[in-house]
Design a protein around this ligand. Sequence first.
Ligand SMILES: Nc1ncnc2c1ncn2[C@@H]1O[C@H](COP(=O)(O)OP(=O)(O)OP(=O)(O)O)[C@@H](O)[C@H]1O
Ligand SMILES: [Mg+2]
Length: 189
Amino acid sequence: MTDTPAPRTDVPLMEMQDVYVSYHGDISILNGLNLKIPEGKITGIIGPNGAGKSTALKTLYGFLKPQRGEIRLAGERIDGLEPYQFIERGIAYVPQNRSLFNDLSVEDNLRLGCWVFRKDKARMARALERAYAQFPILKQKRKDMAGSMSGGQQRFLELARALALEPKIVMLDEPTAMIAPKLSQELYA
Ligand SMILES: Nc1ncnc2c1ncn2[C@@H]1O[C@H](COP(=O)(O)OP(=O)(O)OP(=O)(O)O)[C@@H](O)[C@H]1O
Ligand SMILES: [Mg+2]
């Protein structure tokens, strides 16, 4: 017997409860959305164009604030926090639309992604090293402008930038949209 309590398995890693979100006035896009994201699993949101999938992810990441409802991370309320505070808590997000700084180099894009821990030089170095080990093409192109790469390579950079944060959760919004099937397989791998 030890005094350490067994980890609770009934608390999802992330959870949305009865969430209402609108962009303008009273036109509600999410109407009482409930979502449970268990640890160590892949959770998908499926729906037709305009259903609100991206809105749900933007809300989970703090870009949109719910009018009603709760968002929890490992049981702790996190709705109302700013996006950078989500990053600090280990949540990474790759939006549906391209999100790179086209006129900055691949490496500067990676560094900017790690802005929240910029003072921790060892961690920054490890993040870059890991990104280059996982995505050798980015190492080759580290001095190139991000905008000069192909669409697929840019997606890899966005993914590398998210993974560099060593997140607990990675939220991907249509990661393989407009990407060749072969590259899509690589991306999922
Ligand atoms: N910035 C915005 N301002 C106002 N309305 C918006 C905005 N973004 C999305 N909407 C509206 O919210 C609804 C849901 O859009 P959302 O982008 O979340 O859908 P989606 O399921 O991600 O669609 P898709 O499959 O096309 O990516 C749509 O009616 C859309 O027009
Ligand atoms: Mg979308």
